[in-house]
Structure formats: structure tokens, C-alpha cells
Design a protein around this ligand. Structure first.
Ligand code: SAM
Length: 406
């Protein structure tokens, strides 16, 4: 593909916001794509994909380009030139690209690719942590898999339609999909496309949700008529799945500490035709106390490092800090302690994260089970999903059962 000047300008503007002003990549891209109505699907894909690729390979490309933060526009152009050379683009004769040292870039790439932290483009601390938590061999494979581009996967909203009808409707808009083994409600796109513009999306027939994430709600074994509490519901990816599995019967209490996320959840549930969801902002411990011993099922989709979803959110490599990880592990344990109190006798609890680190996953569950509160539970089963083994996002989920009180 030929490089178009106005599209590359948009990429440079986006990188400036992400690298220098520390804005979130997804928000920056979303805003940029609204800039020019004349841009077609390919133009938009170029902008979004180029920005994400440069964010993903930031460390490698900035070292090759020999630039340091804060990155002025000349520096951002140098980083862009590295991307263009390594992707095999013929460089146009624009003044910003004059004198690009093509051979030097390729040579430097070969040299740096010998070292994992450059090859996989990750901070030193993350590389050390990965080795410490997963061991050298597994971390090597995992971080490689987490740097690949993720497929787009849909979850059929069975409250409104079925997989066959959705597949047909999307095909009519030239979006072709395949089924996925072991995931009854999933369809994977054969090629990336903007699915949010389709009639099917407007009708609430599907949500975009990775395959691993689609395993969480069924893991909790919700049944129609039950009372289910989704404690860290956010904008409701899993709440909506729970509503589908419960066929809109029973009650789902969706909670979060952020009201704006629950607001978005409400909007999505209207589009989904999910009528059994009540939202509650967690303002203090009273919100939880009122529900002690009241739920048949409790889902803790815990806040985490997000290291399992780097393919979708490469920006996290640069935003995450070791101190945050320390803090989030503590929050995870506190959440397990407090929110597990809402489970009824014989009820079930799922603790899930989109992390691949044992310290956020089975080690947290093990610590919990050894506490006074945790002793009231038994571990039924758990599932560790690695991107390198599954081809999907890294995830963890543990199913715990509350023992009856004597
Ligand atoms: C992994 S995200 C949830 C994703 C969501 N369940 C979904 O499927 O779309 C974790 C959520 O936990 C929320 N959170 C953070 N700290 C919390 C706390 N102490 N109690 C409840 N929710 C919390 C965050 O606001 C965030 O929405």
C-alpha cells in the first residue's frame, strides 16, 4: 500500500498524544478516526493498525531510531520511518523522510532482535517479572504470543438471535465468520472489519468478546431464576453474558466502584434486551454488607494487571508500573475477602482475571483459602489460559463453593 500523507500525519498526531501526553491509545484512535469523513475503511484501518503497531513495538523502534522522550515531531517521524522500513514500504520523497538510513535500520533491527526485551519490546522490569513468575521458557513463548494481533471474536446474544441468523446477517454485509470449537456462542471474523456499523450490532445481536472471556460466565454455572452478583461488572461484558445464560430470568446485581462504567452497562443492556440487571455503585462497605449471604452465584472479575490482554491493549506495557502491581494484588485479596461474604451456603463463587501471572491468579486463591473467611470455601476447579497455548487472551478463573455453615 502506498503511504498517504494525510493518513501518516494522523498517525504522528496520535503517537504524540499517546507517547507525550500519556493519553489512552484506544481513545486517541477513536477520536482520530472521526477527523475526516472522507476516509474509507482502508484509510481508517491504516491509521488504527499503524498506531497500534508502533505502540506495541515502541521500545524496539525508539531504540532503533535513537530517540528519547519527550518525543518531538522530528523524533516521531523517525520512529514512523523505522516502522515503514521494517514493514517493507517504499519511502515517499517527503521532506520528513529524507535521509532515512534504511540499511542502518535493518542492521540495528537484526542486532537488537537477539535480546528478548528489545525483540518483544518490553520494559526491563516486566521481562524480569515474567521470568520470575513463569520461568524463562514459558515467558519467552507467552510474551511472543501476547505481541500478536488478536482476532475479532463475537458473542452471539442468545436473548435476541441465534448463531446461524447472526452469521447470515453479517455475511449479507460482507463480514464472514467462522465458528469456534468449544464455544457455543462465539463467531470469529475471517478478516478485521468494523462490526459496530452493522445492522446486527445496532439490533443488539452480538457483543465483541474474546474467546477466553466467553468462558467466564458459564464457569459460574448461573441458572435462570437465580440471584447472581457481578461484583466488578465494569461496562458489563460478562454481565450481559450472564443475562443471556439466565434467559433474562432471575436477578443480576451488577456492581462496580465507578458509576460511569455502570451507566455504560445500562446502555448496553438496553441494546441487548437484557431486563434482569440492576446496577449498584459500591460506595462503602454497607453496599456489600446488605447482600451478605444473599447470592446463589458471585462473580469477581477482579481488577488486574491486564497482562493477558496485551494483544488488545499493547499500551499497557508502557502504562503498567511495578508499584501498581503490588497495590492491585492487595486489592484482589481484599475483594476476595469482602465480596465472598455475599455467597449463600452451597453457592458458587468465581474469581477471574485477565492476567497470566500466578501471583494474581492461583496464588491469590491459595492465600484466600488459608484465611478464616476462605476456610468456608472449597476449590472446585480452576483454569489457567495462556495466550501461547490457546491462541486467545490470557485468563484465569477459579470456581469455589461455599461450604454449609454448621
Ligand atoms: C476486569 S475489569 C471488569 C470487566 C468487566 N467485568 C467486563 O467483563 O467487561 C475490573 C473492574 O473492577 C472494577 N473495580 C476496581 N476496584 C474495585 C473494587 N474495589 N470493587 C469493585 N469493583 C472494582 C473496575 O472499575 C473495573 O471495571
Amino acid at each position: 500500500m502506498r503511504l498517504h500523507r494525510n493518513l501518516v500525519y494522523a498517525v504522528i498526531d496520535g503517537l504524540d498524544k499517546i507517547f507525550n501526553e500519556k493519553e489512552y491509545a484506544d481513545k486517541v484512535v477513536e477520536k482520530l478516526l472521526k477527523r475526516d469523513k472522507r476516509w474509507g475503511a482502508r484509510d481508517r484501518a491504516f491509521i488504527a493498525e499503524t498506531i497500534y503497531e508502533i505502540v506495541r513495538w515502541k521500545r524496539l523502534y525508539t531504540v532503533i531510531a535513537a530517540v528519547n522522550p519527550p518525543y518531538n515531531r522530528d523524533n516521531l517521524w523517525r520512529v514512523f520511518a523505522v516502522w515503514a522500513v521494517l514493514r517493507g514500504h517504499r519511502l515517499p520523497d517527503w521532506k520528513q523522510l529524507e535521509g532515512t538510513p534504511v540499511r542502518r535500520i535493518k542492521g540495528k533491527f537484526d542486532e537488537l532482535s537477539q535480546t528478548r526485551k528489545y525483540r518483544e519490546s518490553i520494559p526491563d522490569w516486566l521481562d524480569e517479572l515474567g521470568v520470575q513468575e513463569l520461568g524463562e521458557e514459558l515467558w519467552e513463548k507467552e510474551i511472543h504470543a501476547l505481541n500478536e494481533q488478536a482476532n475479532v471474536i463475537l458473542r452471539v446474544n442468545t436473548l435476541k438471535t441465534d448463531k446461524k441468523t447472526l452469521k447470515k446477517s453479517l455475511a449479507e454485509e460482507h463480514i464472514h465468520t467462522q465458528e469456534l470449537k468449544g464455544l457455543p456462542d462465539a463467531l470469529v471474523l475471517e478478516e478485521r472489519a468494523n462490526v459496530f456499523k452493522t445492522e446486527a450490532f445496532k439490533n443488539g445481536w452480538f457483543e465483541v468478546q474474546d474467546a477466553s472471556s466467553q468462558l467466564v460466565a458459564p464457569f459460574l454455572q448461573p441458572e435462570p431464576g437465580m440471584r447472581v452478583i457481578d461484583t466488578c461488572a465494569g461496562a458489563g461484558g460478562k454481565t450481559l453474558h450472564l443475562a443471556s445464560l439466565m434467559e433474562n430470568k432471575g436477578q443480576i446485581v451488577a456492581m462496580d466502584i465507578y458509576g460511569n462504567k455502570l451507566h455504560e452497562l445500562k446502555r448496553r443492556s438496553r441494546r441487548n434486551g437484557a431486563h434482569n440487571i440492576e446496577t449498584r455503585v459500591i460506595e462503602n462497605s454497607k453496599t456489600i454488607k446488605k447482600l451478605h449471604g444473599k447470592a446463589d452465584r458471585v462473580l469477581i472479575d477482579a481488577p488486574c494487571s491486564g497482562l493477558g490482554v496485551l494483544r488488545r491493549n499493547p499500551d499497557a506495557k508502557w502504562k503498567l508500573q511495578p508499584e501498581f502491581l503490588q497495590q492491585i494484588r492487595q486489592t484482589q485479596q481484599e475483594i476476595l475477602q469482602d465480596y465472598s461474604k455475599m455467597v449463600k451456603d452451597d453457592g458458587l463463587l468465581v474469581y477471574a482475571t485477565c492476567s497470566i501471572l500466578p501471583s494474581e491468579n492461583h496464588e491469590q486463591v491459595k492465600t484466600f483459602l488459608n484465611t478464616d473467611q476462605g476456610k468456608q470455601f472449597e476449590l472446585v476447579k480452576d483454569k489457567k489460559i495462556l495466550a501461547s497455548q490457546s491462541g486467545f487472551d490470557g485468563f484465569y478463573m477459579a470456581l469455589l463453593k461455599k461450604k454449609p455453615t454448621k
